[in-house]
Write a protein that binds this ligand. Structure first.
Ligand SMILES: CC(C)(COP(=O)(O)OP(=O)(O)OC[C@H]1O[C@@H](n2cnc3c(N)ncnc32)[C@H](O)[C@@H]1OP(=O)(O)O)[C@@H](O)C(=O)NCCC(=O)NCCS
Length: 178
């Protein structure tokens, strides 16, 4: 396990699939994500199988310190030559939003990305209306790198996506300042 302060990251298990289905079929959670079709158990099982073989992604379940699974997160599109990756996170248990779990889990993932995988850059895409997520990423030290104007069509309108990124040296400075 990768241990944070309020959370820990563990391997995803087949037995997590019903939890994931509940989270990612919840419109309140999904409005912030790029997925838009109702997700079936079979699709989630296929997704799970792909994670086992794919060296360009690492996905983990997020648990509270007490062992309650509340979401998942991961590094995707890991580019081993340029040492970069895209990260993504979802706290699916909504009653755990706004209590610092997402920030702690992401901080734990960043430590893993920079100190274990020896990555140089981690970045993400976030809808510009997702103020809670943006605040979470800014607290961690992600910088706004760009805006993809009207790049996504969702719920009847085009929305902008922000690209936010963090370099290893910026992460180090954030850690040293804590
Ligand atoms: C985004 C997410 C990971 C953040 O995790 P979290 O545990 O809820 O967030 P945290 O409590 O660590 O931090 C959220 C911060 O945003 C602030 N915030 C919440 N709503 C806000 C809003 N509407 N505007 C501005 N700030 C807001 C909180 O006050 C907190 O800041 P603070 O610590 O300075 O008070 C989580 O809410 C989530 O998974 N949401 C659904 C899926 C999603 O959006 N995933 C990200 C896609 S890019």
């Amino acid at each position: 396990m990768i241990v944070g302060e309020k959370t820990r990251l563990r391997a995803i298990e087949r037995s997590d699939i019903p939890l994931f289905l509940g989270w990612f079929n919840d419109p309140e959670v999904r409005q912030y994500l790029s997925m838009y079709l109702p997700l079936s158990e079979a699709q989630e099982e296929q997704w799970f199988e792909r994670q086992l073989e794919d060296d360009s992604r690492h996905v983990f379940a997020i648990e509270t310190a007490e062992g309650v699974p509340i979401g998942n997160l991961g590094l995707h599109s890991i580019d081993w030559k340029n040492r970069s990756a895209v990260c993504g996170i979802s706290i699916g248990e909504k009653e755990y939003w706004n209590q610092g779990y997402g920030t702690d889990a992401m901080r734990t993932l960043l430590r893993f990305a920079f100190e274990e995988l020896n990555l140089h850059r981690v970045f993400l895409h976030v809808y510009d209306f997702n103020e809670r997520a943006i605040r979470c990423y800014e607290k961690l030290g992600f910088r706004r790198e760009g805006r993809l104007r009207q790049s996504q069509f969702t719920e009847g309108r085009y929305v902008d996506e922000l690209i936010m990124g963090m370099l290893r040296e910026e992460w180090r400075a954030e850690e040293d300042a804590r």
